[in-house]
Design a protein around this ligand. Structure first.
Ligand SMILES: [Zn+2]
Length: 286
């Protein structure tokens, strides 16, 4: 489902990244909290060379800026983390756990690590007092809508034991991916916003922050409903993410909720899930 590899360049040199960072910082001005998304692993020295990482950490240390970056768990080792913390210790590290179910990690996501790998890294971060942000993926391929909802709920509950913040990320259909191929063949539909709402409403996080900002929300390639109720629901999801007040999710109503309920009920009886008939008929009517 991830097409970020198509947006990266193998020709970027360490000095290019440093220049890009310095330019961006100049434009940003003074900030207290900096989120640095490499769409990969900031701690993987093949992706971001050590001297580049050091440059960025030193800048944040000098300016007293809290820094958030992402990394796969295998790069969060005592040695690497010790090196980083010696330069700057006001950190939040994000890990894409996606699912706390090894079968989903392996067969739906092809993630390349296991829940045990996440646990080891999470415990190390907890021990070193580094805040952990965990990403949870809603509806990777080969899961029914109901399975996807159940998987996200149990994953959020698992991750909340170790994380300060959990970010729920509904799958969006990105270019050049297997998910896009399935989607083109009517065999994949991104999650309904009703499913996103259900996960946000029912999950217990023990006071940990749960946030969600669906990429491509309301569009065909992102989490969406019928088109009429999407805007209101996306607004309520944003309001909840900022306030952590579940009442902000409201109780929106729309005729498409019945379709969603039918899909959730039927999905399990159909091998491989129901196909996206709504989009099929919308396209063929048009
Ligand atoms: Zn609707």
């Amino acid at each position: 489902m991830c097409g970020y590899n198509f947006g990266s360049s193998g020709r970027a040199k360490p000095t290019d990244i440093v220049r890009q960072f310095d330019n961006a910082i100049k434009q940003l001005g003074e900030v207290r909290f900096l989120k640095l998304y490499t769409s990969g692993s900031f701690l993987d020295e093949c992706e971001v060379p050590s001297e580049t990482v050091d440059h960025i950490l030193k800048h944040c240390s000098d300016t007293g800026t809290r820094l958030l970056f992402e990394s796969r768990p295998e790069y969060i080792t005592p040695g690497r983390l010790g090196h980083v913390l010696a330069l700057h210790d006001r950190l939040e590290i994000a890990i894409g756990l996606e699912s706390a179910n090894d079968r989903v990690l392996r067969y739906s996501i092809n993630k390349g690590f296991t829940v045990a790998d996440y646990l080891r890294a999470a415990e190390l971060l907890n021990e070193k007092d580094v805040d952990l942000r965990s990403y949870v993926l809603l509806k990777p391929p080969f899961l029914t809508e109901a399975e996807a909802v159940a998987d996200s709920i149990s994953t959020i509950e698992y991750a909340s034991k170790f994380s300060e913040t959990i970010s729920l990320n509904p799958v969006n259909v990105q270019k050049g991916t297997l998910v896009e191929k399935l989607w083109r063949n009517w065999a994949y539909r991104p999650p309904w916003l009703w499913s996103v709402l259900q996960v946000l409403r029912t999950t217990q996080t023990n006071g940990k922050r749960l946030i969600c900002d669906p990429t491509g929300g309301g569009k065909e390639r992102g989490a969406h409903n019928c088109g009429k109720c999407d805007g209101v629901i996306l607004d309520s999801i944003r309001a909840f993410s900022l306030s952590q007040d579940k009442s902000r999710l409201g109780s929106p109503e729309c005729g498409c909720a019945d379709v969603w309920r039918s899909v959730v009920d039927l999905d399990g009886f159909v091998m491989g899930g129901t196909c996206d008939l709504q989009r099929f008929f919308r396209r063929h009517r048009a």
